[in-house]
Write a protein that binds this ligand. Structure first.
Ligand SMILES: [Zn+2]
Length: 356
């Protein structure tokens, strides 16, 4: 009986093929190193092997049409096959929905109305009260993720999504399976398709968050998405062959060394140094992030200079904020925000959208 394992994504998930049966494994590396995984698999198969999920076939090329444009899904890349003569792209960015699906719908529709051709979602679609407050969940996280993404997808635009630190692998993957089962085809899971080669805009994705915990505070659940230095370097390397302006879609900000997208309420920049180095190394000009709600709407470049909204710039990292109510660094109470970003050749500008 033939046994083989195919690595599925950067989180060490594998499809293992035994004869004609498939099994889907999370992080089996440890078992593989001990050479003890075959008995474990045979035992699992005895309990009943499964057929692969729809999302577990990333290496088979498929074509899809989203919003009248054709896309090729192959390997880790989605390529936009429909091209236009201009060098201009407009996208909306929404982050940290945290279960606020009605707001997600409002902002996604507003972004489309203002010309967005794509929606980028930087994660944290679930609230996950256990992670944030240490108490039981009021609303089911899988349903919160599903409802937030369905709201954005209702625009018909392609929605590029990564998990943040509030998703578990179970809730995130479960929500995407639920959406696929409902026939929703315009949500692109960037844990699988980590690279987008668009007509006038390219994206590389860094799923998860770079800090697992600090003393007294846990940022990532046990079954969550931890972006470790090797994951960050691999994400950056995906930008090598891309020809348009590249946007890094990440939940956490790179360190910018300024009062900007990674600044928390005590003034500290909690952005990531590895992500910063990787952006410089691979010439990634732009990043769209979330996570630090109070820094929503702030942007800076990697030289530590603030970048104002509605101003053309050759590089910036911008924080899309959150959809839940939050006090911003400037003392204003936010009732949700989103960004409209325009790329023109190698320059970009962003506009902050609020519901007021
Ligand atoms: Zn977060």
């Amino acid at each position: 009986m033939g046994v083989s394992a195919v690595k599925l994504d950067i989180f060490d998930r594998y499809i293992v093929v035994i004869g004609k049966k498939f099994i889907y494994l999370n992080r089996p590396t440890r078992f593989m190193q001990r050479s003890s995984w075959i008995p474990a698999l045979l035992f699992a198969l005895a309990l009943g092997g499964c057929t692969p999920q729809q999302q577990v076939t990333p290496s088979l090329p498929t074509h899809g049409v989203i919003n009248h444009r054709s896309y090729l899904f192959q390997g880790n890349t989605v390529t936009e096959e429909t091209t236009d003569p201009d060098t201009y792209a407009v996208f909306g960015a929404i982050s940290d929905c945290h279960g606020e699906a009605a707001r997600a719908r409002w902002f996604a529709e507003e972004l489309k109305r203002q010309g967005a051709e794509y929606i980028l979602n930087a994660g944290d679609n679930a609230l996950n009260e256990r992670l944030r407050y240490g108490r039981a969940d009021v609303n089911d996280d899988r349903k919160e993720i599903k409802d937030c993404l369905a709201a954005m997808a209702s625009t018909g635009l392609p929605v590029f999504v990564i998990p943040g630190n509030h998703e578990t692998q179970t809730t995130y993957q479960g929500a995407l399976q639920d959406l696929a089962a409902q026939g929703i085809k315009n949500i692109i899971d960037m844990t699988i398709y980590q690279r987008f080669d668009g007509d006038d805009l390219d994206i590389v994705a860094l799923p998860g968050y770079h800090t697992k915990s600090i003393p007294g505070r846990k940022f990532i659940p046990d079954d969550g998405y931890w972006a470790q230095p090797e994951n960050i370097k691999a994400a950056g390397a995906l930008a090598q062959d891309l020809d348009d302006a590249v946007v890094l879609l990440s939940h956490g900000a790179p360190k910018t060394g300024s009062y900007g997208p990674g600044t928390i309420s005590n003034g500290q920049d909690v952005g990531d140094e590895v992500t910063r180095k990787v952006m410089i190394q691979y010439n990634i000009s732009f990043a769209v992030v979330g996570h630090i709600h109070e820094a929503g709407g702030l942007a800076a470049n990697l030289r530590g200079e603030k970048v104002a909204p509605e101003t053309w710039a050759s590089s910036f990292v911008v924080n899309a904020g959150a959809l839940e109510n939050w006090e911003l660094l400037n003392g204003k109470q936010s009732k949700g925000m989103a960004l409209l970003v325009t790329i023109s050749d190698k320059q970009a500008r962003y506009k902050v959208i609020t519901s007021e």
